[in-house]
Design a protein around this ligand. Structure first.
Ligand code: R2B
Ligand code: URA
Length: 313
């Protein structure tokens, strides 16, 4: 279709030998300063090495509130103490775009909805890792999704991300040309996360392909948007066909998350909880308290992973 598939990335050649992130952009080191506009940070205005040099894990999720809660949860889990009388501060509050909290080696950042929003954030967070000389960071997306053949409350660890046409790459238009970046995730990280699922949990933790779309309604084959130009039969045929092809869930960020972290040589994983089974319906019907409890599930798994890592150090 005329688009160019970018070469596969070998993470070992993208990072420097000491594990710090190497930027695949020669322009940045030539700049006097780099303003990370949407984070309200800059390499000239902030000592980014001092502020972020000890980061190991970057956790992203859709909403500011959930990522603030994640920060408090991980703080309790790893026994991180704040200075007396202080509370967690949103480091990016004056961007009025994203929220960012730091708890020891963990950054918790909201990414908003959809590929453009998470894409802008990833550019700036990957540059932040570079400026701060962070070594071998690991990125997680913790989020929500629709299940394909899995009931609400199921935890899904993505093996890879595909677009709405089942392509395992992020397509973007650069200087009028369409390029593609492979949307790969770290296989070992998937296995390690899966192994941390507690068999006692009253819900399943599964792995599979994640479909990532540009829209919640028509793009995900919903019949309940403001517009719908297909029949219920056509919807079901489509969902059944992607299910057969190994898709277990649908959400809206994994393609950019996988493609841009892979392009930067950064290890990454996507862990989402299903809010409904799309083979059974379109509307998110579960009560708020139930949804809140379900959304803690990916958090729990990622917290367990981070805790293990820090104990092993
Ligand atoms: C999951 O939930 C949001 C849509 O409701 C979107 O950000 C996503 O990926
Ligand atoms: N998020 C999505 O993108 N789709 C769903 O069905 C539920 C949450």
């Amino acid at each position: 279709n005329g688009s160019t598939l970018m070469e596969e990335v070998d993470p070992d050649t993208v990072r420097y030998p000491d594990g710090t992130v190497r930027l695949r952009n020669p322009n940045i080191e030539l700049m006097d300063q780099d303003i990370l506009y949407h984070l309200a940070l800059g390499s000239g205005s902030h000592d980014l090495v001092e502020m972020f040099g000890d980061v190991k894990f970057v956790c992203m999720g859709g909403t500011p509130k959930r990522m603030e809660q994640f920060a408090y949860t991980i703080m309790a889990e790893i026994g991180h103490k704040l200075p007396c009388g202080t509370t967690l501060q949103d480091i990016s509050q004056f961007s009025y775009r994203y929220s960012m909290y730091k708890v020891g080696p963990v950054l918790s950042i909201s990414h908003g909805m959809g590929i453009p929003s998470v894409g802008i954030l990833l550019h700036e967070v990957i540059k932040l890792m570079y400026h701060a000389k962070v070594r071998d960071p690991v990125f997680f997306r913790i989020g929500t999704c629709g299940g394909i053949g899995y009931e609400g409350g199921t935890v899904v660890i993505s093996e890879e991300a595909v677009d709405g046409a089942m392509k395992n790459a992020l397509e973007l238009t650069v200087l009028g040309k369409t390029i593609q970046r492979p949307a790969k995730l770290d296989r070992r990280l998937v296995r390690e996360l899966k192994a941390l699922a507690d068999p006692e949990d009253p819900y399943d933790t599964i792995t599979g392909k994640t479909m990532c779309t540009y829209d919640f309604y028509e793009g995900q084959g919903r019949l309940d948007g403001a517009f719908c130009d297909f029949t219920e039969t056509e919807k079901m045929e489509y969902l059944e066909s992607i299910h057969k092809a190994g898709v277990v869930n649908i959400e809206m960020e994994s393609l950019a998350f996988a493609a841009l972290t892979h392009h930067a040589g950064i290890k990454a994983a996507v862990v989402c909880v299903t809010l409904l089974d799309r083979l059974k319906g379109d509307q998110v019907l579960a009560p708020k308290e139930v949804l809140d409890e379900w959304q803690q599930r990916p958090t729990k798994l990622v917290c367990r992973f981070i805790k293990r890592y820090l104990q092993m150090k």
